[in-house]
Design a protein around this ligand. Sequence first.
Ligand code: ADP
Length: 246
Amino acid sequence: MIQSAASLSVALRANALTKIYPRGREQVRALDGVSFEIHQGQFVAIVGPSGAGKSTLLNLVGCMDAPTSGTLELMGNVVHNLGERERTRLRRDQIGFVFQHFGLLPTLTVAENVALPAFFAGRRGGTRVDELLARVGLEHRRDHRPNELSGGEMQRAAIARALINSPSLLLADEPTGNLDSTSGRAVIDLFQELHADGLTIVAVTHNPLLAAAAGRQIRLADGRLHPNTDTVRAEPDLVENPLSVP
Ligand code: ADP
């Protein structure tokens, strides 16, 4: 259904999000009062130079860490003040992660790697493992071990694994950073397909092709939003009123 920008449901809302790390006697403001919204179904790239705070932001959004101050809502849940146990549950149930270095367990087969998060959630992967392997084009690799796969295949297996628990949000940290351009393109295409199916995707990247494919960039510099970042922008294809399309 086509929705107006105002009625789009919010997947993520950050308000004055701040993260301060101690470093010796000093304090590093890795994030300094960052506010933005991401709507459900958006595909967003977090970009900016090294040290800008991108990984820190992804860690907070992924409930790996708690902010020093500020508020964060994820799929309607207030998450900034959750304890470790609740954060772990939310991570497991709502978020899929894709990393630069894939993070597959070398002793497990591809199918077993994909099923692992379901196992930790107290379920079996079942037929969904094979559905997802077909989705990422790896049916023929299901019983292989990661060291028998190319980098691109490993990342596609990692994406299948990230989707096994049907997350509301897919987070990716430099997902093409370890891939040649052809394999990187395949990952970008896969993200675009998942986005077209309605998945909310947030990816930290230095890859301009991935940033362009995302359609919206959250730009960080020195822990703050770059002034050009549009903090609440809905994607034009989701906006009903043509006058509101840029
Ligand atoms: P980016 O991902 O954009 O390269 P980061 O979020 O990794 O940036 O880092 C932002 C700033 O916070 C940097 O100055 C970095 O050195 C600092 N930082 C990140 N993690 C820690 C940590 N665990 N302890 C101390 N300083 C940190």
